[in-house]
Each structure stands twice: as C-alpha cells, then as structure tokens.
Write a new protein. Structure first.
Length: 595
C-alpha cells in the first residue's frame, strides 16, 4: 500500500491544482470522481438547450476532464454504465433504448440535485432527441442506411453559452460543475459498503471499481482488479475480494488520479516500462535515467574540474530540496492488457537520493574527447550493451531494453555493484570496433568513439564497485598491468599506420582489423602487427618514427618475458590502456614528435 499512500499524499498536497491546466503540463490533475478522456465531438448549446454548433475535435487536441461514477469508471464494452455528462454517442441517441434511458435518468437525477444551469441545458437538448440530425447537418458524422451513426463510440463533450460570463463555457473547465458532481456522487454513496480503508486508515465507503489508464501506453490496464472470482478464485487464498484488501473510494480516486498525473507529466517510458520519480510535495527532482544537470557550461577538462562541477550541482540540488524531503521511485509494466504491475518501488530521503546520484556519476565517468569528462546516460549504456547495430545506431529488443533499464536504474539508486554481464557485453563490442560502421566516415568514427567511451566508463565503474580500484582518466606510464600495457601497444600500432594515411584514405588499420584476435591472443598477434609496422615506419619522418619506436620499446620493457600468461586473453582493462594511449597521442604537440 506504500505506493498508494504516497500517491494520496501527493494528491492532498497538489489538490489546489485539481481541475486546472498549468503551463508546461501534458495533462491536468483530475479531481475526485473525474477522469481524463479524449473527446471526438464538441457540441455548443445555448442557455435553453438549443443547438448552436458542432465540430470535430482533433486527435492531437488536449484531453478533457469529465465526471465519472464508481460504476462507469470500470465499465466494459458489454456493460451499460453511462458516464454522467460526456459520453459516447451511443448513449445519447434514443434508438439505443437501454443506454439512452440509463444516461438520461442518471443525468436527470444529478441535475435535479444541482443548481448548475449547464446540466438543465444539456438534459433538455438530449431529451429533444435531435442530436443525430444536428451532427449530420453540421457534417460532423455520417449515418448508415438505417439513419444510425456509423461510429457510436465517438465521445461527445459540451459547451453551454448564454449563462453569463461566470457560468458560460466548456463543461470540462467549470470548477463549480466539478464540485457539484463530487458533492452529488459523495451523497449518493455515503452509506454504501462502509469499512476501514487500508490506504487512508479511515472508515469510509469502499470501492471495487478502480481507475484504469494510469499509464497511457497501457490504457486498459489496472493496478487493482478483483475479477478473479471464477477460474483461479484468488489462488485459493481468499473467498472474497474484501479479504485481500479494502480500499476506500476517495483514497482510490486520489491515488489513481495522482499517479496518472505524475506519469503523464514526469514519467519516462522505455518501450513497455514506465519509470517515475517524484516528491509528494511537488519539488522538482533530477532525472534518474540521465546525468544530473550541470550548472557550468564549460567542459570538464580534468577530474578535479569534473568533480567540482558535480559537487556544485549536488550543492544546488540540496539547496532546493530539503534534506528530510521524500523521493518516491516506481516502475510500471503491463504483463497483460488488463493488469498493470509495479515492477520496482522505493522510498528515499532526498539527501540519500542525491548522494547516490552523485556517487554514480563520480565513479561512472570517462573523458569524451572535446566534450570533456562525462558520465554516459543509462539509456546509452543499455542500448550499446544489448543492442544490435541497425540504421547506424544500436537498437535493443524492446523487452530487453525495459528490463535492463530497470536493472541499471536499481543499481544506480540502490548503490549495488555494477552487473558483470553488462560490462562483458560492452567489452565484447568495444573489442571489435570495425563492426561499427556508418555511411559517412565521420559518423563511423563518432559511433566507435561513443562505444569506446561508454565501455571505458563502465569498466571504471565496475572495478571501483567490486575491487575498490580508482582508475585514472589519463595515461599512466607507470602502470605495469599486462592488459593495460597491451592495450597501449594496440593504440600505438594503430597510430603508426594512421600517420601514413592521407585524409582521403579511409582504409581500416591492421590494428583495428586484428583487435578481436589481439584481445584473445595478444602476444601472438602483436608479433604479426610488429612485423607489418616496419613497412609504415619507413614512410614516417625520422622524428616521428623515432618517437613511435621509443614508445613501443618503453611499453615492451615493462612486460615480463618469463610471464607464461603473456598470450592469455586480455582483461577488460586493456581498453583503458588503449583509450589512454590514443588520447595521449592526440594531445602530444607536434614539436615533441616531428623533426
């Protein structure tokens, strides 16, 4: 019940926004006994219920707030449960006797218990039974041979004019009309099935019908459903739904409307899974799926500058977010069309939440060429680790993406050790860079650099989490790790050959072609590369040739000839050495390498 309790707390804190449309929001917060719907037809009436005009509502226009009953909110295509005001055309025409009678009786009862003049205008118009004729003449709908609408599921909404400046206008923006229905519906159900609500702890009328459509992508899926009274009969644990949980109508409405509002405006969806991170009091939070926003526009040229920028960002967030404030995290997915599951849930204090984001970005970082030191996004890590190269980018399977995103978000938020399989996947791909190709050479280079950057950042993170190793982000000439040294040699071999190419030459170097084999049998492949390098040394200027030969010799001297493991498969650290040596070569001034 933790999720629902925090959702109710959020609704209570944001209740002043219910029914109002605020700038920048995709959807408004629906009041109790109301929901959001996409209308298809807009009808305008005068104060006496006479037809004025009608128009087709575009599919991209905003959804509207409509009143709903406990019965109508959970209706199916086979049940007759009309909404109180705005509903499908099939409920508003008299030839559908059962639907029409049910709709008119319900609206009439509400209108007789309310002083809102709009209800009487709409009721009078519906009872006049001219809606089909008016819509056909307005060229809003078409009818079949029998004179019935071709599509009965078109949703109609209402505008009533001529009631004065305060009362005229759309029904979905009228706060007095909304409150009128809330009061009416509450009075109608005040004494029905009263018991203790497990969410609020209060004694109040319970509900069995809960709102669907919390996540728009899974429009018919519900968080709470109790229609298991036949086949599996609650898996033998209960005989009635009330034995499992009792949820009050008001608490259910608040929680579900708050969650829908939060998901719409703050949720992040990766394929079928939606992630939500919020503060119940409405305080803005940093994103959980990407780096914390930098306050400085300057690139972090070195680790000290990066850490200072990160610390400044953390300090800014802590200034805006009280230490004792709560952060709620949840993930939603639908296993079936009718069931919405909570696949992840966590509650944290704001200080812990921010510290964990800071820790992730301080340990999962790496230089990214001219962009400075950065932390790769979680989406970038997962797509490159599990994706297949299509259309010049890595695209993972939808199910894999959603599952792995939750896994890595949990790793980031819960401060668990980085998963080995993600590192292995990235190392495997980064060890075969020539498979990363695009139509343009510059796009190919960009793709490879992004993959290598991501792999190195993750390798650094993994070694810190598991072995407490804090790898530098610049070339370490004193490092004697075998894998690191071989990675440096591979980078030098690549640089030597590249130095002989013209700008128009886009041929792959031998080092890149043999990278995969090199990572598996480094000593044997290095001998082959070293023989081929002699052909390229001769094409270089004496100073540059001497620089490369000296660099190779310095690295080789650190390898132990007696080490029987020299030709064994390289550890992931070789990519760090490879990256460092490549970056070091690019930063060397020409004066140091040429004569």
């Amino acid at each position: 019940m933790g999720l629902l309790q925090k959702a109710v707390e959020t609704y209570d804190a944001m209740a002043y926004r219910a029914g109002q449309i605020y700038e920048g929001e995709k959807e408004p917060l629906a009041p109790i006994s109301h929901t959001l719907i996409q209308p298809n037809i807009e009808i305008t009436l005068d104060q006496n219920g006479n037809f004025l005009s009608a128009r087709t509502v575009g599919a991209k226009e905003a959804k509207i707030i409509i009143p709903v009953t406990e019965s109508s909110v959970g209706r199916t295509s086979t049940s007759i449960r009309p909404h109180p005001l705005c509903d499908q055309l099939g409920y508003l025409v008299s030839y559908n006797t059962n639907k029409y009678t049910s709709y008119v009786n319900q609206l009439e009862t509400w209108a007789n218990n309310s002083a809102n003049a709009k209800l009487q205008s709409i009721l009078h118009y519906i009872q006049s039974n001219t809606i089909l004729t008016d819509l056909v003449q307005s060229k809003v709908i078409q009818t079949d041979a029998a004179g019935n609408p071709q599509n009965e599921k078109l949703v109609v909404c209402w505008i009533v004019n001529g009631l004065g400046q305060e009362q005229s206008g759309p029904c979905w923006t009228d706060p007095k009309l909304m409150q009128s229905f809330i009061n009416y519906h509450s009075a109608q159900n005040a004494n029905k099935n009263v018991d203790t609500c497990m969410v609020s702890g209060q004694t109040e009328p319970l509900t069995e019908q809960h709102i669907k459509g919390i996540v728009a992508k899974h429009g018919n899926a519900k968080l709470i459903s109790n229609n298991d009274d036949k086949n599996f009969t609650y898996l033998g644990r209960f005989t009635t739904a009330e034995q499992a949980a009792t949820v009050g109508y008001t608490a259910s409405q608040k929680a579900h409307n708050a969650l829908r509002w939060l998901v719409s405006n703050q949720g992040v969806t990766f394929e079928k899974r939606t992630f939500l991170c919020w503060n119940p009091q409405g305080i803005k939070l940093p994103p959980i799926h990407g780096p914390m926003a930098r306050k400085s526009s300057q690139r972090a040229a070195d680790p000290t500058q990066y850490r200072q920028q990160l610390w400044d960002t953390l300090t800014g967030w802590k200034h805006d977010l009280p230490e004792q404030a709560e952060v709620i995290l949840a993930a939603f997915d639908a296993a079936t069309k009718g069931r919405l599951s909570v696949t992840y849930y966590n509650e944290l204090q704001a200080s812990d939440f921010l510290d964990r984001l800071y820790f992730w970005e301080d340990t999962c970082k790496w230089p990214k060429g001219p962009f400075g030191i950065q932390s790769p996004t979680l989406f970038q890590i997962i797509t490159m680790a599990f994706g297949t190269l299509k259309n010049e980018k890595f695209e993972p399977d939808s199910r894999v993406l959603s599952q792995q995103m939750q896994r890595i978000i949990s790793c980031r938020i819960d401060c668990t050790a980085f998963p080995l399989d993600i590192v292995q996947n990235l190392v495997e791909k980064a060890s075969n860079l020539q498979i990363c190709t695009a139509k343009k050479p510059e796009d190919t280079q960009k793709l490879r650099e992004n993959l290598l950057f991501t792999a190195c950042a993750v390798i650094r993170k993994y070694h810190f989490d598991h072995f407490k190793e804090d790898w530098d982000m610049a070339l370490d000439k004193n490092c004697n790790d075998r894998s690191y040294l071989f990675g440096r040699l591979l980078a030098v071999a690549e640089a030597v050959e590249n130095s002989t190419y013209s700008k128009e030459n886009t041929r792959e170097t031998n080092a890149l072609k043999m990278q995969k084999a090199f990572s598996l049998r480094p000593m044997a492949v290095w001998r082959t590369l070293e023989e081929r390098l002699e052909l390229y040394y001769k094409q270089l200027k004496p100073g540059l040739q001497q620089y490369y030969r000296r660099t190779v010799q310095e690295i080789v001297d650190k390898l132990e000839p007696s080490d029987k493991g020299l030709n064994q498969k390289l550890d992931d650290i070789y990519l760090l050495g490879y990256y460092h040596q490549r970056a070091y070569r690019k930063e060397k001034p020409k004066a140091d390498t040429e004569e």
